[in-house]
Design a protein around this ligand. Structure first.
Ligand code: AMP
Length: 360
């Protein structure tokens, strides 16, 4: 067990690292962030920070020497950087899990191999292959699909909606990656996610499924809990626990799913780290997803996921940051700002969680 007082290293300097560092500090742990930019949201609240590129091996080694355990807060940290740290200190979740989640094809192959349903998909190697796949789409009535970059996509980056009439060359360029995944477009009932924490002893703590509403492919609002039929909610939880176990995860895993019109669950994405759809747990649960991560990687017992309120979490994206003045005066609102100085369209600047008494 790593007891309070030791140093947790966090690869990545974003808001997830920031909120993990705040949870760690509450339990008496020190944190050291490795980020590529100075004054990152995480570095503002960490005891120590390294500012260097992810391919700076000397800086990664120095970082590893300075910490007792390390984790990551962002999927797109290069796997080599994580391995460099893992050669010197334990990294949790283990780097192999990060590598699965970094590549949509590997992720879907893994899920299908363990019997978890995903959208129907196929690998697309280049624009001519896309042309053939789009011609096949014409055979499906109303057939539309989403072309996604296999790697480095998040918040809708590297994604293009396509149909049989799309120009394959243009769609390929717009997607912008060296390899693509073409997925059947799902006219879903809603999107849900489940967050599960798992300790080194295999114990798990799970939060109820939540409903996620996206705007322009970016998470806008999370409603906790999701209003799913109890059986669907239990199935969603079982899927998440099964994946965490098969990954031999130590840490926190978010499983994003589509709930189809006939109530089936298709897993869309895995994130082996705290997730935007779990921010509500800070204000509405006995233990937040961030504290669970700290507990899991330090070998502490996981905390209770008891929910003491229902919650709606609204991201403050781009200019929406200006609404912080309304939130600060609202007694039902809990305001979280990430300390980002530059406002950009589509940039997550903060979030507000509004609490209401538990309905069930
Ligand atoms: P992703 O980066 O895969 O999480 O996609 C971001 C968002 O785009 C999802 O949360 C959905 O709202 C939407 N989306 C992605 N893939 C599909 C799909 N196959 N069918 C319908 N909507 C999708």
């Amino acid at each position: 067990m790593l007891t309070p007082g030791v140093t947790i290293g966090i690869l990545g300097g974003g808001q997830l690292g920031r909120m993990t560092a705040l949870a760690a500090a509450r339990l008496g742990y020190r944190t050291h962030v490795f980020a590529t930019e100075p004054d990152s949201p995480a570095a503002q609240v960490c005891a120590d920070a390294t500012v260097a590129a992810y391919d700076d091996r000397a800086a990664l080694r120095q970082f590893a020497e300075a910490v007792d355990v390390a984790t990551f807060e962002f999927e797109n940290i290069p796997a080599d950087a994580v391995r460099e740290v893992a050669a010197l200190k334990p990294v949790m979740p283990r780097p192999e899990i990060l590598e699965i989640s970094q590549d949509r094809l590997r992720e879907k192959e893994f899920l299908n191999r363990i019997g978890v349903a995903t959208t129907t998909y196929r690998e697309i190697a280049d624009a001519p292959a896309l042309a053939t796949a789009l011609a096949n789409l014409a055979a499906i009535p109303g057939g539309s699909a989403v072309l996604k970059s296999a790697r480095m996509g998040y918040d809708g980056k590297g994604q293009v909606m396509v149909s049989a009439t799309s120009d394959p060359g243009e769609a390929w360029l717009q997607m912008g990656g060296p390899r693509g995944v073409l997925e059947r477009f799902i006219d879903f009932q809603c999107e849900a996610s489940v967050i599960v924490a798992r300790g080194g002893d295999g114990a798990m703590a799970i939060y109820p499924p939540v409903e996620n509403r996206h705007v322009n492919h970016i998470l806008d609002t999370t409603i906790a809990p999701a209003s799913l039929p109890p059986e669907t909610a239990r199935t969603a939880e079982a899927i998440a626990c099964g994946i965490a176990t098969r990954l031999d995860l130590v840490g926190v895993l978010a499983v994003e799913m589509f709930v189809t019109k006939d109530g089936a669950l298709l897993v869309n994405e895995l994130a082996p780290r705290p997730h935007n759809s779990g921010h509500w747990t800070i204000d509405a649960c006995a233990t937040s997803q961030f504290e669970q991560l700290v507990r899991a990687i330090c070998g502490l017992p996981l905390g209770s996921t008891e929910r003491h309120a229902d919650a709606v979490m609204k991201n403050l994206i781009g200019d929406e940051i200006e609404t912080w003045r309304d939130a600060i005066g609202d007694p039902t609102a809990r305001l979280h700002l990430y300390g980002k100085r530059i406002v950009r369209a589509g940039r997550k600047m903060g979030h507000v969680t509004r609490l209401t008494p538990r309905s069930s």
